[in-house]
Design a protein around this ligand. Structure first.
Ligand code: ATP
Ligand code: MG
Length: 380
């Protein structure tokens, strides 16, 4: 029994939420034949048939939009059956105390919740050594009476929370091959945002190996988004022009402004209302608030930075959980590390930046880069 996540949403939004969640659940379980997925207004049921529940639960725990799930026993809703099956179920559990909870959403059912508890609990007391503890029971037996039948369960597993992938629209995500940007991508997906990725490649300064690394990272992220489009932007000429025309201490600021210009234009072309990145406040010179302000000045497109307030350690923990950390730490140069100046500006001034940028024709270079994008689709 799958329970939904943050459902303050109603009406059409709720319908979209459920439709997308059901689609994502089907996808997560596509390897299992013979299961049956039943989508209802407030739950999704997966009939396991003869499949092992453990692996199915594990897969479902990665699907965003699921609040929690329980392995449930479905039975006929007559009280004799409920009594017997509840007793059999509780006998499988370890512990010395129990409590019975009942919820009745089928209001036509002849007994109210309280009556059901008063019928079932004595049967357990009489046939086992268990004692009742209503405050802190070892075993909590839940009974839910719904239109489609009765459900009994003694467990609950946490889901990933958030929203189903796709409900929130699409972001143009800046993917560098470092540790932070894959984590940022995952955090967006958890919020229901689908991503397309943009990567700035500077061959021969950066190696072809970076691209393999990105493909591996995106393959790991396919678990959360089954199909991801990667746009590889040729960035070498822009970077060389920056280094030929601007003082070294300003190169990173200007390089990042070029990245955001490119990202914003591609976002528009690909119908992405936002851009996102793995930036984290204060982590490096280009991520001071002053730098972010000057860099962000090139675009009105909102930039979401899911890692903005996370510590490096928190980011690494998530990277480990989503299995991108080991890939990210593979030693390949990226365009930032290659050209890193000895003393980058932490307090760049916009007037100076604009003055340096005007020394070369970056518009033409940007248009050239956008005309020569290489696209890769990474899918399961
Ligand atoms: P990361 O670990 O994600 O590389 P970082 O701490 O190394 O981040 P920066 O190198 O300053 O920080 O990059 C900040 C963000 O800018 C990255 O998280 C990413 O979103 C974007 N970015 C940097 N370099 C590139 C690139 N070559 N292609 C695409 N995006 C990039
Ligand atoms: Mg980086």
């Amino acid at each position: 029994m799958i329970r939904f996540g943050e459902l303050s949403t109603k009406g059409k939004n709720k319908k979209d939420f459920i439709r997308l969640l059901a689609l994502n659940v089907r996808h997560a379980l596509k390897d299992f034949t013979n299961i049956n997925i039943d989508v209802r207004y407030d739950h999704i049921y997966v009939a396991l048939k003869n499949n092992e529940p453990k692996e199915i639960i594990k897969r479902l725990q990665d699907v965003s939009g699921i609040h929690s799930l329980s392995l449930v026993h479905k039975c006929e809703d007559n009280i004799e059956t409920i009594k017997n099956d509840a007793l059999e179920l509780i006998k499988l559990e370890n512990g010395s105390t129990f409590k019975v909870n009942c919820k009745r959403s089928n209001k036509r059912y002849p007994l109210v919740s309280d009556e059901i508890v008063r019928i079932v609990a004595p049967v357990i007391l009489k046939n086992t050594n268990l004692k009742v503890d209503v405050h802190n029971p070892d075993i909590l037996l839940s009974i839910e009476i719904r239109d489609e039948g009765a459900y009994l369960f003694t467990n609950s597993f946490p889901g990933a929370g958030g929203y189903p992938l796709g409900v929130a629209g699409k972001s143009m995500h800046m993917l560098s091959g470092g540790i932070d940007s894959p984590v940022a991508a995952y955090l967006l997906m958890k919020r229901g945002v689908t991503i397309e990725c943009i990567h700035f490649a500077s061959p021969p300064y950066t190696q072809e190996g970076v691209i393999y690394k990105l493909v591996d990272i995106l393959t790991a992220l396919n678990k959360y988004q089954p199909r991801i489009r990667l746009h590889i932007i040729p960035f070498t000429k822009i970077q060389e022009a920056i280094y030929d025309n601007c003082p070294e201490s300003y190169c990173i600021t200007i390089m990042r402004r070029m990245m955001f210009r490119l990202a914003a234009r591609l976002a528009k072309r690909r119908n992405c209302p936002i851009i996102s990145s793995g930036e984290s406040v204060g982590q490096v010179a280009s991520q001071t608030l002053q730098s972010m302000n000057v860099i962000n000045e090139v675009t009105n497109t909102p930039v979401i930075r899911p890692c903005a307030t996370l510590d490096k350690l928190e980011i690494i923990n998530i990277a480990n959980k989503i299995k991108t950390y080991e890939i990210s730490i593979r030693p390949y140069e990226d365009c930032c590390t290659i050209f890193t100046p000895k003393s980058p500006k932490t307090m760049p001034h916009l007037e100076e930046v604009i003055e340096y940028e005007n020394k070369f024709d970056y518009e033409t270079l940007i248009n050239d880069a956008l005309a020569n994008i290489e696209v890769k689709i990474i899918e399961e």
